[in-house]
Each structure stands twice: as structure tokens, then as C-alpha cells.
Design a binder for this molecule. Structure first.
Ligand code: HEM
Length: 364
């Protein structure tokens, strides 16, 4: 399949089903933002189990809107800020572990270590469970992202949910993701969130769709488990891979590594800590992460299903209800029309001076 350089479109068949690939920025704007209501559904099949399938990433229609409305506040900057001390604690464990490797001059398996760090952060933020994973790599929490760990995950969640239900003040005690969902189930989410959510309350969860306007509804116990699970799954591989690849790219260009090191060093306080607000203002760190995700996007394409017949701009194409549209993230990020010399790792593409030159809707 080749994407036409003039139209930014391509067509292929998935079995007998026609799929339209759209890489043209203006058309993408329409599909992802302007006419988003015609494309709320996705073709995202994770073959897990029937209960855990009931998560926001696999839901469609009003079900997706309801789940998304409940989940979005988990990613507000207010909540992130509250979780930051726990994340720092995970980071301290991780760097202590790395120090030991550095002292002994031992080689390290970067992907495994960043995977462990990510798992530690996610388990802490999602369901307040400390893994001690660096010293205990066989901790059963590590299996929760593997097929053989599903039973363990289900049992663990059931135990935690039961314990918290019996606790009179679990809402006040926990600010993790699981508690947010449990409060939603108890229909207490609005009151609980208003105390801690930032002004937008929508956070950075992708895709950046309009906040769904559906009445608040409750979540079932199964949905609480399914959506805690999807957070674990969505966060783990994406983050661990991105951290690993960023380290690799910086190792290839020590000059860039030095520049990042200098920025981080200058931002540290007397105890060697970087507070949440200072972290947000680190421009070069942001550039490095943005360029890593451009060159190596963990999701190489996204899919949408038309929820009604849809006329695609002035292309003369009508996308039929139920038809799949692909958004080829990897191809868009590697097109020389969007990014000159696209295979070169260059964080300065995202510098404050250059960022404005990036074509809208060419970066996911
Ligand atoms: C480098 C890190 C990450 C990348 C590149 C990434 C990328 C994405 C993308 C592109 C989507 C949209 C998929 C689509 O609509 O087809 C998505 C959805 C999602 N991500 Fe991430 N993600 C990352 C980390 C995380 C983390 C840390 C979490 C949770 C803590 C998370 C939770 C989710 C969830 C729940 C969805 C589904 C949202 C919905 O269906 O409305 N992701 N992510």
C-alpha cells in the first residue's frame, strides 16, 4: 500500500473489508476534531477476557463516552501533582538500583529496567500497590501485563476493592486511579474531583476529543476492574519503550545528552529534587520526549470506524457507516513533507522557536 503524495490517501482491503488510510492533515482535523462525533468508535481488539474487555479503549458509542467522562479526570494536572511524590519515590528506588550497576560496572538490560520502573509507577498510581520490583523481579504484579497474569490481576483487584468498600474513608485516603473509578461507581466522583481537578479537568489523555456531553452514570464492579487493567496495559509498554529508546538516541549523540543533563542539573534543588512545577517548565526535556515519540511512536497507526455515512471533504469519497479509517501515525511522522530529513533524531524540531513551524495535525 502506498499513500498518494498528492491526496494523502490510500486504500486497502482487510479481508473483504475496504479500509481508507488518511494522512492529509486537513482531512485528519475533520475526522479527529471537527466531525469527531462521526468517528467515536475504533477497531481495537484486545483479546483478553470478556470482563476485562469492558474498558474504555475497546468500548464504543455512548458506552465509550460514559467511561471516558469518568476516566478523564484521572489525568488532570491536579491529580498528577498529587501523585508526583509517589512517582518520585519510585524514581528514588530506580536510581538507587542503577547506582549499584554503575558502581559494579555491570551491563544492564535497559528495556527490562525501564519496564520495571514503569510497572512500579503504574501499580503505585493505579492501585496504590508498592511492588519493590527492582529487588524482587518475580513479584507477581509483573505478570499482570502477561496473559498468564490475568487471574492474578482479577484476584488482586477483587481483594483491594472489597477491602476499600469496607473502609469508611477510602475516598479520603486514596487518590489513585482505582479509587476514582470506585467513587464514580458510588456516584461520588463529581464532589470528589471538584476539590482536586485543574481548570480544564480533561488532562492529557489521548485522543484529544471534545469532552463527551453525556449524563454521568455509574460504573459496575467489572468496569472498575477492566478500566484499571487498561490503564496498566496502556501505560506499561508505551512508556517503557519510549524511555528505552530515548536513552538509546541520547547515547548515540552525547552532545544532546550533555545538554539535557545540564538542564536537569540546573533545575534540582539542594536535595537533588525537581519539584512538579519546575519539571513542567523544562523545555529541553520536553523536546527530547517529543522527538522520541515522533521518530519512534509506540502506536504506529490509529483506527476509527465511521458511525454514519460521511462525506470526506471535497475528495468525492463517501465513507460508509461501519467502514474503517486508518491514521498512519508512523508514516505521517516520517514524511519528508512534514519533517525534513525525517529519520534524523533532532529534538530541536520541537524547540520553542521551531515548534510553531510544525504543520498542525502531523503529530500524534
Ligand atoms: C509514551 C507513552 C504513551 C503514548 C505514546 C500513548 C499513546 C496513546 C494514543 C496514541 C492513544 C489513542 C489511541 C487511539 O485512539 O486509537 C492512547 C490512548 C489511551 N492511553 Fe495512552 N499513551 C501513552 C501512555 C499512557 C499512559 C501512561 C496511560 C495511563 C496511565 C495511558 C492510557 C491510555 C488510555 C486509557 C487510552 C484510551 C483512551 C480512550 O479510549 O478514550 N497511556 N494512548
Amino acid at each position: 500500500m502506498t499513500i498518494s503524495t498528492t491526496t494523502g490517501l490510500a486504500r486497502y482491503y482487510a479481508g473483504h473489508r475496504p479500509v481508507l488510510t488518511v494522512a492529509e492533515p486537513e482531512l485528519l482535523k475533520n475526522i479527529m476534531i471537527r466531525d469527531f462525533n462521526s468517528f467515536t468508535d475504533r477497531n481495537f481488539e484486545l483479546l483478553i477476557d470478556p470482563v476485562l474487555n469492558r474498558n474504555v479503549a475497546q468500548a464504543s458509542g455512548d458506552d465509550w463516552k460514559r467511561l471516558r467522562q469518568i476516566i478523564s479526570p484521572a489525568f488532570s494536572s491536579g491529580r498528577m501533582k498529587r501523585m508526583y511524590p509517589s512517582i518520585r519515590e519510585c524514581l528514588r528506588d530506580f536510581t538507587a538500583h542503577l547506582d549499584a550497576y554503575a558502581r559494579d560496572g555491570r551491563p544492564m538490560n535497559a528495556k527490562e529496567m525501564f519496564g520495571n520502573f514503569t510497572m512500579d509507577v503504574v501499580a503505585t498510581c493505579a492501585f496504590a500497590t508498592k511492588t519493590n520490583i527492582h529487588n524482587d523481579p518475580n513479584n507477581p504484579v509483573t505478570t499482570t501485563v502477561k496473559p498468564e497474569g490475568l487471574q492474578y490481576f482479577n484476584d488482586l483487584m477483587s481483594n483491594i476493592i472489597t477491602t476499600r468498600k469496607e473502609m469508611p474513608d477510602s475516598s479520603a485516603k486514596y487518590s489513585d486511579f482505582l479509587q476514582l473509578l470506585m467513587d464514580a461507581r458510588n456516584d461520588r466522583v463529581a464532589a470528589h474531583e471538584s476539590a482536586i481537578t485543574d481548570e480544564s479537568g480533561t488532562g492529557s489523555l489521548k485522543p484529544s476529543a471534545p469532552t463527551p456531553a453525556v449524563p454521568h452514570k455509574q460504573m459496575s464492579d467489572d468496569e472498575v476492574r477492566a478500566n484499571t487493567f487498561v490503564i496498566l496495559m496502556s501505560a506499561y509498554e508505551t512508556t517503557a519503550t519510549t524511555l528505552t529508546i530515548a536513552m538509546y538516541e541520547l547515547a548515540l549523540q552525547p552532545r544532546l545528552q550533555e545538554r539535557l543533563y545540564a538542564e536537569l542539573k540546573a533545575a534540582m534543588d539542594a536535595d537533588g529534587e525537581i519539584d512538579y512545577d519546575t519539571l513542567q517548565a523544562l523545555t529541553y526535556l520536553d523536546q527530547v520526549v517529543s522527538e522520541t515519540l515522533r521518530l519512534h511512536p509506540p502506536g504506529i497507526r490509529a483506527t476509527r470506524l465511521a458511525t454514519q455515512d460521511y462525506k470526506l471533504g471535497d475528495t468525492g469519497i463517501v465513507i460508509r457507516k461501519g467502514q474503517q479509517v486508518d491514521i498512519p501515525t508512523y508514516a505521517i511522522h516520517h514524511s519528508p513533507e512534514n519533517y525534513p530529513d525525517p529519520y534524523r533524531y533532532d529534538p530541536d524540531r520541537f524547540s520553542p522557536a521551531n515548534r510553531g513551524k510544525i504543520k498542525p495535525y502531523t503529530y500524534a
